[in-house]
Design a protein around this ligand. Structure first.
Ligand code: GTP
Ligand code: MG
Length: 331
């Protein structure tokens, strides 16, 4: 079977409901669904520990269930369920695409723009432009390739209640004849707290399949955890739940070839966690999970982004501005 056919098969497999498995009755199905697991692929890619938490019972039963799901997905060879040959990985990596930020400088710094199959994090103090970048990229992802887009919808997880449809319209008006269409292609969820955010992330796979989105925005990804898990006593627990969410995001970005764009704040109290006042919050759990990290700072009439952590980008900076039309280069 060629790579193309195999990929098509994977997409078909993605929709095989968990209830086809022997032993998954209505009650089990409901438990799985409420935890964001709908189909065989979901069942295979989640950790056994998580399934145990969801289903209760014994680990051996959980492992057996996963084994059954795997057996049904005999053709499921891409990335997670089994070994893949390097040429398949090569094919998968070849699909990586870029979404323009609106600023050529910033796109160049990112060696092309916001990348699919990766997590890009922008962190910086209030007013540094994080939310404005999120808004602009949600419009840009919908544009055609000639305009730096992927002709695809976006998903926006808003934890700070700062998503503004009117701002999307304003940015879209400069780039499209059908700005209202662009609003329709942004699927927004307001996360009320960190558990709600985790649940939304758990269910993202289905939403991505339903919408064909190629961009997932989390603005802000870490703030709710910081607000709810306070003090040293809760730090370990916070890091644990954050870790699970970050792993989910990594897996989703690769499995569905989507770009994850997340924002983060800088620490205001250097003595509380790790000591460096310019550090983003979330510690190693977040820093290990993100593929690219950029630090944003305010400059006179402009913003400056610096690459902080990347496997292959040279260190560097880019200057951009926030205008009526969204993120732009300074002229
Ligand atoms: P916090 O979420 O508070 O941490 O800040 P942020 O980094 O998300 O900043 P945000 O992107 O919200 O705003 C950055 C700057 O963009 C603001 O200080 C304003 O100068 C500018 N800005 C915000 N909204 C608009 C807008 O609607 N139009 C224009 N032209 N500029 C805006
Ligand atoms: Mg913001």
């Amino acid at each position: 079977m060629g790579v193309e056919e195999q990929e098509k098969k994977v997409v078909d497999d993605a929709d095989i409901d968990v209830s086809v498995l022997e032993g998954v009755g209505p009650a089990t199905k409901q438990k799985l669904n409420s935890a964001g697991i709908y189909n065989l692929m979901d069942l295979v890619v989640h950790s056994a520990n998580y399934l145990l938490e969801v289903l209760g019972g014994s680990m051996s039963k959980v492992l057996l269930l996963q084994e059954k799901a795997r057996a049904k997905l005999t053709e499921f060879r891409v990335l997670y369920a089994d070994f893949v040959s390097a040429d398949q990985l090569y094919e998968q990596r070849k699909k990586i695409a870029f979404i323009s930020t609106g600023s050529k400088n910033l796109d160049n710094l990112l060696l092309g723009g916001i990348e699919t199959q990766a997590i890009t994090e922008f962190y910086g103090e209030f007013g540094s432009g994080k939310t404005q970048i999120c808004h602009t990229v949600c419009v840009n992802v919908q544009l055609g390739a000639d305009q730096g887009g992927l002709s695809s919808p976006a998903i926006y997880l808003d934890t700070e209640h700062t998503f503004r449809p009117s701002r999307i319209l304003e940015i879209a008006e400069g780039k499209s004849d059908v700005p209202f269409e662009m609003l329709r292609n942004i699927h927004v969820a307001r996360a009320m707290n960190s558990s709600h955010l985790r649940l939304l992330v758990r269910n993202l796979g289905r939403k991505i399949r339903e919408t064909d989105a190629r961009l997932v925005v989390l603005d802000s990804a870490v703030a709710p955890f910081r607000a709810e898990y306070v003090g040293r006593a809760q730090l370990a627990e916070r890091q644990q739940v954050l870790n699970v969410m970050m792993h989910d995001l990594t897996r989703l970005s690769e499995l569905y070839d989507v770009a994850v764009l997340m924002t983060n704040q800088v620490m205001a109290k250097p003595d509380v966690f790790f000591g460096d006042p310019t550090r983003p919050i979330g510690g190693h759990v977040v820093s290990h999970a993100t593929t690219y990290r950029l630090y944003l700072r305010k400059a006179r009439n402009a913003r400056v982004a610096s690459i902080m952590d990347s496997p292959h980008h040279p260190p560097g900076e880019a200057v951009f501005i926030i205008a009526k039309e969204g993120i732009l280069d300074q002229d």
